[in-house]
Design a protein around this ligand. Structure first.
Ligand SMILES: Nc1ncnc2c1ncn2[C@@H]1O[C@H](COP(=O)(O)OP(=O)(O)OP(=O)(O)O)[C@@H](O)[C@H]1O
Ligand SMILES: [Mg+2]
Length: 236
């Protein structure tokens, strides 16, 4: 067995990763030959026009999809070599998700929405309670933990989704246009919250966005165009 020091191992490594939908003349090459690495503690904005391949790339990074060419290594494991079940287990343990439309469970309280991923991992409510309340407090919803999503504003609902993504202490959080459904001011507050979680908890974030604001606040920007890497730079 090869032992590699953890800090030398990227969370995700893409090696000429590509993704095509369909076959033959009608195939759509959504992603072509993308090679890059994502390291612990990064805060990355993934930018590019509509249809450029941002969601496709996020789905590969998070192990939701397998590449149709090249390789994606998630925490050192080649996704091509894992079964769907193994990939799902790796994902459940290591990755948190935030979506444009929040995807909360409407009949559950804020507390139970955040507790849900821990419940799936076998934690009792009692054992999970402090951890759930701690993250609900961190996202600024301590007073509202009994409410249901329908009783919250869009920005507050996204805060619940962020708490749900973070409660497992994942190595990586991927967010697909998390401010896309929010007004500018609320979007800014959500980006500030994500940045603050990145600083406090050292969680790694990859966030697809059309927002120039988010792009300006990121520490690294990956730009894609027509499924290819156009720019990949760090903002010093
Ligand atoms: N399931 C699918 N089947 C066929 N083509 C797909 C599928 N999913 C995405 N595509 C195509 O792949 C390309 C990239 O799509 P993707 O959703 O990754 O773009 P995006 O950058 O996330 O766009 P947006 O900013 O609008 O969300 C597009 O041409 C899209 O039509
Ligand atoms: Mg998209």
């Amino acid at each position: 067995m090869n032992i590699i020091p953890a800090q030398r191992l990227p969370i995700v490594s893409l090696q000429q990763a590509g993704k095509s939908y369909g076959k033959g003349d009608s195939a759509v090459h959504a992603l072509k030959d993308v090679s890059t690495e994502i390291w612990h503690g990064e805060f990355i904005a993934l930018c590019g026009p509509s249809g450029s391949g941002k969601s496709t790339l996020l789905n590969l990074i998070a192990g939701i999809d397998h590449p149709t060419s090249g390789h994606v290594y998630l925490l050192g494991q080649d996704l091509n070599a894992l079964s769907d079940r193994q990939t799902a287990a790796l994902r459940a343990e290591s990755i948190g998700f935030v979506f444009q439309f929040f995807n909360l469970l409407p009949v559950l309280s804020v507390f139970d929405n955040v507790y849900y991923p821990l419940m799936l991992n076998g934690y009792s409510r009692k054992l999970a309670q402090d951890r759930v309340m701690d993250i609900i407090n961190k996202v600024g919803l301590g007073k509202h933990y009994r409410r249901q999503p329908g009783e919250l504003s869009g920005g507050q609902q996204q805060r619940v989704a962020i708490a749900r993504a973070l409660v497992k202490h994942p190595a990586l959080v991927v967010a697909d246009e998390p401010t896309g459904n929010l007004d500018t001011q609320t979007g800014r507050e959500i980006v500030e919250l994500l940045l603050s979680m990145n600083q406090q908890l050292k969680t790694t974030f990859v966030i697809s966005t059309h927002s120039l604001q988010l792009r300006d606040m990121a520490k690294r920007v990956i730009e894609i165009e027509d499924g290819g890497l156009k720019n990949d730079f760090i903002i010093a």
